[in-house]
Each structure stands twice: as C-alpha cells, then as structure tokens.
Ligand binder design. Structure first.
Ligand code: NAG
Ligand code: NAG
Ligand code: NAG
Ligand code: NAG
Length: 405
C-alpha cells in the first residue's frame, strides 16, 4: 500500500508537470503583437455666415497620417433662423439659436467621447461687417455664443471672427483635401499615401459679403508676407489668399453686394439655377445669361412657379456679377474658364472653410498612442486553456489522495 501510494503520487506529479509544460508551450507559440483598431475622435465647427449658421460634425481615426487626421463629415445641421448678426440687439438669442443643432450633433457622438469633442465657432463676413459698425455689439454676440456652448459637456475651443484670408486658406484646404491633392487612399498598399503629382487646385469662394481667392503661388514674385503656411500630412504648403470684402470699393459694388446678401455660396446657387454648373463653355454661359436676362417677368414667373418671386429677378443681376468678377477681377479667359468647377459638395461633404479648419486643428489634437495587445490563434488558446484546466484538476486529485490516505 505504501509503495503503491508513492508510485501513484509520483506518476500524478509527473503527469501534472507534463501537462503544465504543454500548456506553457501552447500559450507561448504563435503569439503575435497586435494593435487594436484606432479609436474615433470627433470635432465640431460652427460656420456663422452672413445669412445663416451651420454646424458640422467631423470624425477621424486617432492614429493620424503624418500627424494630420483623415477627416470626414458625419453630420451637419442648419441652425433655424437668420445669421447671428441679426441678434445684435438681443445677443442671448444668438446663443439660444444654436441649442437645437448642438443637441442634435451631440447625439452623433458616443457619450464617453463628448468631453473630448473640440467645438469651435467661427464667424465670417457678416460679423466682420458688424464689428466695423459696432464692435461692442459683435463682442456681445460672440460672448453669448461662447456662454451657450460652454453649458454643454464638450471641449470648447473658442468663438471668433475669422479673417477673410483665413476663410480663403481653409476653403483652399477643404477643396484640395476633397479632391485628394494631399493624401489618397491606396487600395493596393492598404494605406494613405501622398499623391505623386504635386498639383493643387485654386479656390474661389463667393460668400454673402466677401469673396476669396486662394492658390499656391508659383514663381519668385511671391511676397511671403501674404501667404499662410500649413503643414498637412507631413508636407508644407504656402497658400496665397486675397479676400475682397464687398463693401467700400465703390457705390456700384456696394449696391451689388447688397443684392448678393440673399445668397450663400452664391457662385454655385446662381449658376445651378441657370444649369451652368456642368462645365459649359464661356460662350454658352454668356449666351444663357443674356437669354435669361432678356426674358419678360410674365414669362419667368409662369416658367418658375415654385421659385421665390423675391429671388427670381435677382438671378440675372447675380449671374452677371459673378461673370464680371471671374472675368474682370480674376482675369479668367476662354481657355482658363474650362478649369473652373462649380461645387457645393464633394460626395456628401459640404465645401466651405470648416473642414479645412478642422484638418489644420487635428495637427494640434494629440494622437492617442496605439494600444498593443498579445494576440493568440483561437485554437491554440483553447488548447492551452484545456491543458491548464486538466493540470488543475489533476493537482486537486493529487492533493485529495495525499490528504486522505
Ligand atoms: C452698439 O450695440 C450696443 C449693443 O447692441 C448698443 O447698446 C449700442 O447703442 C450700439 N452702438 C451704436 C453706436 O450703434
Ligand atoms: C507621410 O510622409 C511620407 C514621406 O515623409 C510619405 O511618403 C507618405 O506618403 C506620407 N503619408 C501620407 C498619408 O501622405
Ligand atoms: C514683410 O513684412 C516685414 C515685417 O512686417 C517687412 O519688414 C517686409 O518689408 C515685408 N516684405 C515684403 C516683401 O513686403
Ligand atoms: C494651423 O494649425 C497650427 C497648429 O498646428 C496653428 O499654429 C496655426 O495657427 C493654424 N493655422 C491657421 C492659419 O490658423
């Protein structure tokens, strides 16, 4: 009996050690270091234009590309009512007008991420004009806006009036990002890469109360004081922007500018109405506008019964204004005209300054370090667990045998 017991426990211990070694080997072989997929980061930008305010929600993966996020628009909301400048006499209303959109936008962001959402409020030409006329009124409107946004659980980054140059430069970034001038996904390489051709598009933006032209200047005449420098996806860009504010030039300009304040992204809407956004030649555009302007009021109102009768007569003046601006101020001709694309959206993303602003801002938002974990093949992992369980059970049996006999 004594010898039998010693033999039995020795055999049991030997088996135990063997099982443990197998379990150890199984849990060590074919283990790989894997990174967890990047988490998503969010940002929001309010675009307070002269006639209305919009809110855009953007998202990007926390592992950025050469320090800049690959940003996409996930949500947009049009704030009800007019632009914030119309609340100059009652600034708290300017803040209140934003609540509905803010609450809608926060529903898009997972609750755990809301505190990290950068929210920025940028006002453009309408507020620039208000600041010229009455700077304390403009300050009060912005203060109320800031107060309202700070009531929400987000990372508020500021409410500011951006300059025409900034608006132009950010618009340039937006356009060129959407047209893949900076970075492009390569399905072959499964990653984002810098495009081989180092070309970019110029950008023209006709807003309610100002117009911007932005491009990368070529040649040596560049006055570096007039360019803004951006680093995007590891490459440097010097962008020249000129902003024309539509007041103070001359009386005719002033009158036309007033007409235009009906309009937002006026290039697009006016040309879209006349079906001229499909790359028509300059001759066709001229002819269409002339023909439209020659039509009688009875003819127009019976042909466009759904169109707002306030707006209908303005398309003629607006289209002529845009044509004059492009040909006389920006010096487009028959040939370069064919390089103009009229756009309001690329894919489902709105073209404006906000996306460009968000892209530049992602440079400053720290990337989250990638999370490394040990990855195991499921079958090996299951086998290792099985052997550990077996070893444990056997150890327990050995213990019982030793104690009771
Ligand atoms: C400027 O705006 C403030 C606040 O709306 C108003 O009290 C003040 O009278 C305005 N000043 C002028 C010169 O219009
Ligand atoms: C990041 O920079 C490298 C060169 O420094 C470039 O080869 C690569 O394409 C860039 N990545 C992106 C996403 O542009
Ligand atoms: C650029 O700005 C600096 C300082 O403001 C000035 O001294 C310089 O003359 C400017 N250069 C040009 C080319 O305008
Ligand atoms: C772009 O972002 C950088 C930070 O990465 C900031 O310093 C710079 O002021 C921004 N550019 C503009 C024109 O706002």
């Amino acid at each position: 009996m004594f010898i039998n017991k010693k033999l039995f426990t020795t055999a049991l211990l030997g088996l135990l050690v063997t099982l443990s070694i197998i379990a150890l080997v199984l849990s060590l072989v074919r283990v790989e270091d894997v990174t967890l997929p990047p988490t998503v980061q969010y940002g929001m930008v309010f675009d307070a234009g002269s006639s209305h305010t919009s809110l855009f929600v953007y998202e990007w993966d926390s592992d950025k590309q050469n320090n800049t996020g690959v940003v996409s628009q996930t949500f947009s909301c049009d704030v009800q009512g007019p632009g914030i400048t119309s609340y100059a006499n009652d600034p708290p209303k300017a803040g209140d007008s934003l609540r509905e959109c803010l609450e809608e936008a926060l529903k898009v962001v997972p609750a755990a991420k809301q505190r990290d959402v950068s929210v920025y409020f940028g006002a453009t030409a309408g507020m620039r004009l208000l600041r010229e006329q009455n700077s304390s009124a403009a300050d009060q409107v912005l203060a109320e806006v800031a107060k309202t946004i700070q009531e929400y659980p987000v990372a508020f980054c500021g409410a500011q009036i951006i300059t025409g140059e900034e608006e132009g430069a950010y618009g340039w970034i937006t356009i060129n990002y959407l047209l893949e001038s900076f970075t492009k996904y390569s399905p072959k390489a499964h990653m984002w890469v810098h495009p081989e051709a180092d070309d970019s598009f110029g950008a023209l933006d006709l807003g309610g109360a100002s117009t911007q032209i932005s491009f990368v200047p070529k040649g040596s005449f560049i006055n570096w004081n007039e360019t803004s420098r951006f680093t995007l996806y590891g490459y440097n860009y010097n962008i020249y922007t000129h902003s024309y504010t539509c007041y103070g030039q001359n009386e005719m300009w002033k009158r036309l500018a007033k007409e235009l304040i009906v309009a937002f992204s006026a290039f697009y809407y006016n040309f879209k109405f006349l079906n001229l956004t499909e790359g028509q030649s300059l001759a066709t555009v001229r002819e269409t506008i002339e023909h439209f302007c020659a039509r009688t009021w009875e003819d127009l109102s019976s042909n466009y019964p759904e169109e707002n009768p306030e707006r209908l007569p303005k398309y003629c003046a607006n289209a002529n204004y845009i044509l004059t601006l492009l040909l006389d101020a920006y010096k487009f001709d028959e040939v370069s005209w064919n390089n103009i694309f009229f756009q309001i959206k690329v894919g489902s993303t709105s073209v404006g300054w906000t996306l460009g602003y968000m892209l530049n801002l992602t440079n400053m938002i720290p990337a989250e370090a990638p999370v490394w974990v040990k990855g195991h093949t499921p079958s090996l992992w299951a086998a290792a667990v099985a052997f550990i369980t077996l070893a444990l059970a056997l150890g327990l049996v050995a213990l019982l045998v030793l104690l009771w006999t």
